[in-house]
Design a protein around this ligand. Sequence first.
Ligand SMILES: Cc1ncc(COP(=O)(O)O)c(C=O)c1O
Length: 356
Amino acid sequence: MYAEVDTPALLLDKPKLERNIARMAEFVAGGPAKLRPHAKTHKCVEIAKLQLGAGAVGITCAKVGEAEALAEGGIPDIVIANEIVGPLKIARLVALAQRCRVTIAVDDAGNVRQLSEAAVAAGVTLGCYVEVNVGMDRCGVEPGEAAVRLARLVDEVPGLSFDGLQAYEGHLQNVVPFAEREARAKLDMRKALFASQQIEAGGLMVGQISGCGTGTHTITGRLPWMTELQCGSYATMDAQYAAVGGANYENALTVLATVISRPAPDKAIVDAGLKAVTPEFGAPTVLVRGAKWLDFSEEHGEITLAGPAQELRVGDKIALVPRHGCTTVNLYDRYQVIEDGALVAEWKVAARGRCQ
Ligand SMILES: Cc1ncc(COP(=O)(O)O)c(C=O)c1O
């Protein structure tokens, strides 16, 4: 399998990727909101361009560094769905805003004032979403008076434009059963609606309400007040989303590994360990019938073998589906892009390691 690809390698199945992108585009076309896919999953200019080509209005990023990498690749409109804090990052942010349209999340008045000063000095306008805590208890102000006050401040200070709300229900993406995810998502996202109504009652217009992920898109992506969907993982998928019901989307992402030892009939060791596939959320799925991932060490993976899997030999290549795609992709410089079993391209993981 893939004689020309050395291992460990990050494989991306292009037809599956394209089908996933088309499926999400079709879903979004059937509702009121627009798609602004999160690139923290793929970190790749080529994939972002395919998403824009399928109708996405822009791209979402988590970090200034990711946004810089995508802007360098020609992505013109980026939301950084995160608070950008400190003079070093703010300086990079306003420089970025001279090259492309940038919107960020805010949840602190002092930070808003610093952003405003830097934007004025650089002669740019930064779009701002006031982040509302919809139950994830990460960043964000509470809906109600705190959100109204912050939105008003953003609107008043020069250099910033109040463009709406960041409201991501990340705490619900993996909730099973689905009926519970659905009930909680509908309830929690009412906080975003409430915040928006309060802000609009004060005379400001809330342009966007932006949030939503792969796990909730069929729920919150159809709420009439959501305007922008930030789903990311759907494009490549991973074993975690497959486990909690991502049946609409195909797994396009695998790590290719080589069997380097067969110490016992029921055991194989591969050359992919913690530096090749992250343990976040659990073990990767081994795409060999009868094979199951047992343990990681730094450079090795231990796999138990039953039935037909015991035919594996030293030198065989096998595919693993990472449990979490986002953190696994971050371990690689490039995707080996495959189609019908052949290597057709290499795409750079341009935002790899751009966590600043
Ligand atoms: C702010 C934000 N929006 C959207 C997403 C959705 O990502 P996914 O579709 O991969 O769950 C994430 C994921 O962490 C996120 O942090």
